[in-house]
Write a protein that binds this ligand. Structure first.
Ligand SMILES: [Mg+2]
Length: 378
């Protein structure tokens, strides 16, 4: 079960219309996938968080060559050694998105080689379907607040019509539109009024606010019965600790944190109520599973962050199948052929639930035609 090759597969899709969160406009969806092959003819797929640039060079020139010849049966020891080597190479950081991408590919290939799902290999499946919340409600390029609000309300009611009982919307309009946080609260108020009180409503600021503004927004969100307030402030444990001490709305964070010690620090500080590691940026499948269990021990639910291709989605579902408690899937609802057409079976919701793929490894088969259609280096 030796690794024989590791390749970066760069994909990019231009969007018909750009959309924004509080941080940035998004004009394209870009993914660096990892394709790993073994000496006995098995292929595994992984996905790195973030732009192709950086991930691709690391996988191709540094990580891939070192992985060739390693035994997948020893994958955890191999990943630990790789992490050590990257830390010693880069000192101030570990390029954890590239590390995560190859780790996921190793789990996929190993699962295929032994005929087991990744969830089974993580200790066994606790569920066959996962409750999902619909992510979307990004900002479109409009002049009037009312237009933006009406677009987002229409999207939200569409998700409820599609069977979702939980939604997450974006806030943090000021950077792009100049509208202050009272507009953000007006946006949430409009969605709450449209979907009613029986829908779980979550809010994501993509760390738009300073602490005083985050506290003001938190007070408003409390009145709107929001399930959680995600990334109100920049990803520093100290900010989260200060905020959590002063607000009553539950706080969620994790997509900008990596490795177990970051989540240890957040949990020790009582700084979060929902943990959101991203399998493609936190360190991979085993790391996400480990953090979910750490969080569970602190009575904090784990709702992994997911905003990737079908590979990231399948990897997240495999982890979700195995973690204790009552996790939920973040289910990106923005139209995207690299989520909908990259793999068989297509991962879709059945009402408020999403089935976990039950084939070996990640449980999906990659469609070569979709890869060719979106390859940056084709
Ligand atoms: Mg987020």
């Amino acid at each position: 079960m030796e690794i024989s090759s590791v390749d970066a597969i760069p994909l990019r899709r231009e969007l018909d219309a750009s959309f924004a969160n509080a941080q940035k406009w998004i004009d394209a969806r870009e993914y660096c996938l990892v394709r790993l092959e073994t000496t006995d003819g098995i292929t595994g797929w992984g996905e790195c968080w973030g732009p192709v640039a950086g991930n691709r060079e690391l996988v191709e020139s540094r990580i891939g060559p070192w992985l060739v010849g390693r035994d997948l049966a020893n994958r955890q020891a191999v990943i630990d050694e790789l992490r050590f080597r990257l830390q010693s190479a880069y000192h101030s950081y570990v390029p954890v998105s590239a590390l995560s991408g190859v780790e996921i590919a190793m789990w996929d290939a190993y699962g295929r080689s032994v005929g087991a799902t990744v969830g089974e290999l993580l200790g066994g499946r606790r569920r066959e379907t996962v409750p999902a919340y619909a992510t979307g409600h990004f900002f479109s390029d409009v002049d009037e607040f009312e237009t933006l609000r009406d677009n987002i309300v229409e999207e939200a009611t569409g998700h409820v019509s599609a069977g979702f009982t939980a939604l997450k919307q974006k806030i943090g309009l000021e950077r792009h539109f100049g509208w202050d946080h009272t507009a953000d609260l007006a946006l949430v108020t409009a969605v709450r009024a449209a979907v009613g009180d029986d829908v779980d409503l979550m809010v994501d600021a993509n760390h738009a606010y300073d602490l005083p503004t985050a506290k003001a927004v938190a007070a408003g969100l409390d009145d709107l019965d929001v399930t959680f307030f995600e990334e109100p402030v920049p990803p520093q444990v100290r900010y989260y600790k200060q905020l959590a001490a002063d607000v009553s709305v539950p706080i969620a964070t994790g997509e900008c944190f990596a490795f177990e010690q970051s989540f240890d620090a957040l949990l020790d500080a009582g700084a979060l109520d929902y943990a959101q590691p991203d399998v493609t940026s936190v360190g991979g499948i085993e790391m996400t599973h480990r953090i979910a269990r750490q969080a569970r021990a602190a009575n904090v639910p784990c709702y992994p962050h997911v905003f990737g291709s079908a590979v990231a989605l399948a990897a997240s579902l495999q982890v979700l199948s195995a973690i204790p408690g009552e996790p939920r899937l973040e289910f990106d609802r923005t139209p995207n052929p690299l989520r909908e057409e990259l793999a068989e079976p297509t991962i879709e919701n059945e009402g408020a639930m999403v089935p976990v793929p039950d084939g070996p490894g990640l449980g999906i088969d990659i469609e070569p035609e979709t890869i060719e259609r979106f390859r940056l280096d084709a």
